[in-house]
Ligand binder design. Structure first.
Ligand code: K1U
Ligand code: ZN
Length: 170
């Protein structure tokens, strides 16, 4: 397994629409293993393939909580097929370090896709798992949690990011 480089905003790959995966072969399984290792190392509770520079429809999620029965979830070509209710959660993103903001998402969702063996998988999720899955599926559509910020928060974010860029170039 290998640690992958996590792409940081405003890397254009984060705005790409990920392509569907046609076959879950050895190359895809290697990417799954590397993404899982990268997520645990970060540490994070999810990772989408765009974030490691591969715009293909693959996400990994692991809440790493004792009360979560799922463990590592691998979803190839995930699709939200049902959604209901609303929930607000303070989100972060490994591609937007050191910035957090509340985001409104669906409270309960049903997601369908393929697992690491290429077999159909359906996940019924609520609470943080539903939030994390929506956050990762957004990545596959080139969408980031900062896209949901209100104008005041967006302004705060822009100033913070300008300052960060200036410090990095100094
Ligand atoms: O996609 C990503 O950038 C991963 C992101 C997922 C996420 C976090 C919070 C709400 C929605 C989606 C992260 O994992 S950020 C890091 C984080 O939240 C965390 C890290 C370690 C332990 C617990 C949480
Ligand atoms: Zn993210």
């Amino acid at each position: 397994m290998a640690l992958l480089n996590i792409c940081i905003y405003p890397d254009p790959v984060l705005r790409e629409k990920a392509k569907p995966i046609e076959k879950v072969d050895g190359k895809v399984r290697k990417l799954i293993d590397d993404m899982a290792e990268t997520m645990y190392n970060a540490p994070g509770i999810g990772l989408a393939a765009n974030q490691v520079g591969r715009p293909v429809q693959l996400i990994v999620v692991d809440l790493q909580r004792e009360d979560d029965p799922h463990g590592l979830i691998v979803l190839v070509n995930p699709q939200i097929v049902q959604a209901e209710g609303h929930i607000v959660w303070e989100e972060g993103c490994l591609s937007v370090p050191d910035f957090f903001s509340p985001v409104q998402r669906h409270e309960k969702i049903v997601v369908r896709g393929l697992n690491a063996e290429g077999k159909p998988l359906e996940i019924q999720a609520d609470g943080l798992l539903a939030v994390a899955l929506q956050h990762e599926i957004d990545h596959l559509n080139g969408r980031l949690f900062i896209d949901y910020l209100n104008p005041i928060k967006k302004d705060i974010f822009k100033r913070k990011w300008k300052k960060r860029a200036l410090e990095a170039s100094a």
